[in-house]
Design a protein around this ligand. Structure first.
Ligand SMILES: Nc1ncnc2c1ncn2[C@@H]1O[C@H](COP(=O)(O)OP(=O)(O)OP(=O)(O)O)[C@@H](O)[C@H]1O
Ligand SMILES: [Mg+2]
Length: 224
């Protein structure tokens, strides 16, 4: 398989409302074993593009494929098993009553044993410094805590690829550095990622490729 073809977007168009194109003829091949950063001003279509890439939104025209298979051949849950997706609004992730349940939920559902689960949950709680919050309701956490919980929840699943929409929103300097370190370690283990961000730190610290979009079009695409 061509290493550039993990996620392939061809002649992609999308609009929420008629005659108001948000994604305008995007052609893009995303490589699995590198970090791609997508930059662009507010409203340029970054989140929309991310949602198209994992099939939450359907294009008006054009093709999307993952691992050389058309995205329509996958169920959303299958894509979710391969690609961990962080929503720009972390609250979209939460549907249980406590931080601990939130982390354990997906794997418990898949039948993993309790001992394995506990160890994994503990590890991620510590890594993201939210171990004192295990009994708290996810919805009552601070924004930075929600963000870290959402990322930890995604990592529970051990996805092979990550798409993170503004992962540093609400994170202070130290927590941002911890996140960057975690992402670097995942990268070294071979987990590729697309990071949608306003934060130049990612470009400097992690990215192999920078893509800029403006009004739904790619205006810049360089490896660095
Ligand atoms: N559900 C929706 N219905 C109608 N218009 C929408 C919807 N979601 C987004 N839009 C519009 O689509 C455009 C692109 O939005 P999108 O969220 O993709 O931008 P973005 O680049 O992620 O912005 P930001 O940097 O603020 O996160 C914006 O003009 C937005 O108002
Ligand atoms: Mg956005």
């Amino acid at each position: 398989m061509n290493r550039l073809d993990f996620i392939k977007l061809e002649d992609l168009f999308f609009e929420y409302k008629k005659d108001k194109p948000i994604i305008n003829n995007i052609n893009l091949k995303i490589n699995k074993d590198e970090v791609t950063t997508i930059l662009g001003p507010n409203g340029s279509g970054k989140t929309t593009l991310g949602k198209l890439m994992i099939g939450i939104l359907k294009p008006k025209s054009g093709q999307i494929s993952i691992s050389n298979r058309n995205i329509s051949e996958f169920r959303l849950a299958q894509i979710g098993g391969k690609i961990g997706y962080l929503f720009q609004n972390p609250e979209k992730h939460f549907f249980t009553n406590t931080v601990e349940e939130e982390l354990g939920f997906a794997l418990k559902f898949k039948g993993f044993n309790d001992e394995y689960l506990e160890k994994k949950v503990d590890g991620l709680l510590k890594l993201f410094q939210i171990e004192d919050l295990r009994e708290y309701s996810p919805l009552l956490l601070s924004q930075g805590e929600k963000q870290r919980l959402a990322i930890a929840t995604i990592l529970m699943n051990e996805p092979e690829y990550l798409i993170l929409d503004e992962p540093t929103t609400g994170l202070d300097f130290d927590r941002k550095n911890i996140l960057i370190q975690v992402l670097k370690e995942l990268m070294e283990k071979g987990v590729g990622m697309t990071i949608i961000s306003h934060d130049n730190t990612f470009v400097e610290e992690l990215s192999h490729r920078v893509i800029k979009i403006h009004r739904g079009e790619i205006t810049y695409d360089q490896r660095i």
